[in-house]
Design a protein around this ligand. Structure first.
Ligand SMILES: [Zn+2]
Length: 476
């Protein structure tokens, strides 16, 4: 039997705020353990939470970027469970009246082409602390710096059909959230976390069978790998006639295995109820409309615009819109190259400039300086190959102009006709036999003569100008 995979993702994203969701503690990553804490995020008796306005604004922005309906009224709720890293005994989240519902995200699936995944809901919540089982022998250590850090949870419908699609969805989601500056989505620092629900069904069927939840995946490739393993496990079990149990699985990145944790039947009921210390979150229509209008251009719109305005193919367009910063750079650079220079600008950015980037995102030479280098190439003063050396040199000397750098490296070409005419004359005098053979029809000797002129110039002559000058001199 052919099996179809059904995957839905729950993605937790840390919002780019300076402080936590309900207190003024710093939300910074990497500080010494338990230094960013206060009575509110430690859950001390009597401490009262106050929602972070910027976190609400960022969550609204994320919701609009994903095409969700943002509700003018939503409710914070307590999700009750016991765990050592949750000092209050509950997490403040949103439950039956979330901030936003009903969005979508489109991306290209390698298997199905363009697909649109429905977003079920997006809600605000606070993070828990972090337990460390390997820091103190025989004990579990807890760091509460992360306790109370603002998150949005973005829940998709089960519209994904393969582990690879899950990965592509995550990449598209990360790109959108970074474009709108809601989160850095850095998985290594825990600012993007993914739980996946996976089930299988006979291909062509519309039923939803028992699913398992896969947790603890710490990279996009880890998500794809874990889901591939879990899918294979479910198919093998089903084909052996076993029943799939609804349970939580954990991915072990070191061994590449997916193992069951606890059975869902035993999982606690979270006993959600409205948070009595925070009134309903009410957002005015005018405020929401302003936030919606302030949304920057999203990746898909920018890709299309670049294809249209710069004559790029879809793959080319994707390269220069990978991040908002690369897109901005490309536009500024293309503008310097002049009208209809889109393809040319793309070649420079994709082939020469992005390769100088350490993180693949930040190009270490300003668009202005890079434009100067292109100007020298166009004026015949720098070869295309030498331009590459000048660009990589300019990374370390960003204060010098392109001309200064090229001059210092001895790469400036001479296209001055006086100097070139001189080298041409000397060359023709030095090789009378070749000149005579050329004039009697052995035109392929032009290559030899160009080479001799270049040699006399010490490699500095502009080959194009040499060709022109030689052709003219040989006609005389
Ligand atoms: Zn605090």
């Amino acid at each position: 039997m052919t099996w179809e995979t059904v995957v839905g993702l729950e993605v937790h994203v840390q919002l780019l705020t300076r402080s936590k969701m309900f207190c003024a503690c710093s939300a910074r990553f990497g500080d010494p353990p338990n230094t960013n804490v206060c009575p509110v995020c430690l859950g001390l008796p009597g401490a009262l939470p106050v929602p972070n306005e910027r976190a609400v604004r960022l969550a609204v922005r994320a919701a609009y970027a994903l095409g969700c309906t943002v509700h003018g009224r939503s409710i914070f709720a307590r999700k009750n469970y016991f765990y050592p890293d949750l000092p209050k005994g509950y997490q403040i989240s949103q439950f039956d009246e979330p901030l936003a519902t009903g969005g979508s995200l489109a991306f290209a699936s390698a298997e199905r082409g363009p697909v649109t995944v429905r977003i079920k809901r997006l809600h605000l919540e606070e993070d828990a602390g972090k337990s460390f089982h390997d820091r103190v022998p025989g004990m579990t250590a807890v760091d509460f710096n992360r306790s109370g850090v603002p998150l949005v949870e973005i829940v998709s419908e089960p519209d994904l059909r393969s582990p690879a699609e899950a990965r592509a969805y995550l990449a598209a989601l990360k790109q959108v959230l970074r474009y709108v500056e809601v989160s850095d989505c850095n998985m290594e620092e825990g600012s993007l976390r993914v739980d996946a629900n996976l089930s299988i069904r006979p291909a062509g069927s519309a039923e939803l069978r028992t699913r398992t939840e896969v947790k603890n995946m710490n990279s996009f490739s880890g998500v794809e790998h874990a889901l591939t393993v879990e899918r294979a496990r479910q198919i093998a079990a089903t084909e052996r006639g076993e029943r799939i149990e609804q349970r939580t699985m954990t991915f072990d990145a070191a061994s590449g295995e997916v193992r069951p944790t606890r059975s869902k039947e035993e999982a606690q009921d979270y006993r959600y109820f409205p948070e009595p210390d925070i009134p309903p979150l009410v957002l005015g229509e005018a405020w929401l409309a302003t936030e919606r209008q302030a949304l920057p251009e999203l990746p898909a719109a920018r890709r299309e615009r670049f294809e249209r305005d710069y004559g790029l193919g879809s793959a080319e367009s994707a390269v220069v819109t990978a991040t908002a910063a690369i897109g901005d750079y490309f536009e500024s650079f293309a503008a310097r190259l002049g009208k209809d220079a889109g393809k040319d600008a793309w070649n420079w950015v994709a082939n020469d400039l992005l390769s100088l980037s350490e993180d693949g995102e930040t190009i270490p030479i300003s668009a202005g300086l890079a434009g100067e280098v292109v100007g020298l190439v166009k004026a015949g003063q720098l070869s295309r190959q030498a331009a590459r050396r000048v660009l990589s040199e300019m990374v370390t000397t960003p204060k010098n102009s392109a001309r200064e750098t090229a001059g210092r490296l001895g790469l400036l070409q001479v296209s001055d006709s006086g100097a070139i005419d001189g080298w041409v004359r000397e060359t023709l005098e030095a090789h009378p036999a070749e000149v005579a053979r050329y004039r009697s029809g052995e035109t392929k000797l032009i290559g030899f003569l160009v080479g001799q002129v270049m040699k006399r110039s010490g490699g500095k002559a502009d080959p194009k100008a040499v060709n022109t000058a030689l052709a003219a001199a040989l006609k005389k």
